[in-house]
Design a protein around this ligand. Structure first.
Ligand code: SAM
Length: 168
């Protein structure tokens, strides 16, 4: 038992994400991104990686530690074409609990280091969890694009995902 209120949780980071990005990153992970991307898991959790290398992709869950919090519930994400959307209808890093989730490819696991494909997290981002991404369980064949589709074509979306500056 502790004396914390029951809506207050303490999470410990279980490792660190390393990427070439210091303060600017793509808006979502790019599987063919260039550079070194890796997760260093705290050594005490190494045994928990057993058989993770049997999967192609993983979910990486992390704490967006550098976010400047303003707790706005209605936002206009960069690819929303001026639409106002609720924070929970967005993938904005600025949310009540600044938790990020990215699906990345496992390239290699060496001891407590997981070499991964590109991730949209800054270098040094605290790692909260890793889970296998499982085809059929996780890929929903009838998923749509929601509001993102309005006024965006594929090329335009790609610019936003990669964080490439452009005119509207
Ligand atoms: C739009 S968020 C999406 C994160 C994740 N893929 C998701 O959907 O939950 C990605 C952006 O978060 C920001 N970011 C990455 N690492 C961060 C960190 N450690 N603290 C604060 N912001 C971060 C970068 O600006 C990056 O472009």
């Amino acid at each position: 038992m502790n004396n914390l209120p029951n809506n207050y949780f303490v999470l410990n980071s279980i490792g660190v994400i390393h990427s070439p990005y210091k303060n600017k990153a793509p808006h979502q992970p790019l599987v063919n991104d260039q550079g070194e991307f890796k997760i260093i898991l705290n050594k005490k959790y190494s045994e928990g990686l057993k058989l993770l290398d049997t999967f192609t992709y993983i979910y990486v869950i992390y704490y967006l530690d550098k976010v400047i919090r303003n707790n706005e519930m209605i936002i206009s994400p960069p690819w929303a074409n001026q639409q106002k959307v609720g924070v929970f209808a967005s993938r904005s890093p600025n949310r009540p609990n600044p938790i990020g989730i990215s699906v990345v490819k496992i390239l290699k696991i060496i001891n407590n280091t997981i070499l991964i494909s590109g991730i949209d997290a800054f270098d040094g981002t605290p790692l909260l969890d890793i889970k296998p991404y499982i085809e059929d369980l996780d890929a929903k064949k009838d998923a749509n694009y929601g509001w993102v589709e309005k006024g965006n074509n594929e090329d335009h979306l790609a610019l936003h995902i990669q964080g490439i500056p452009h005119k509207h």
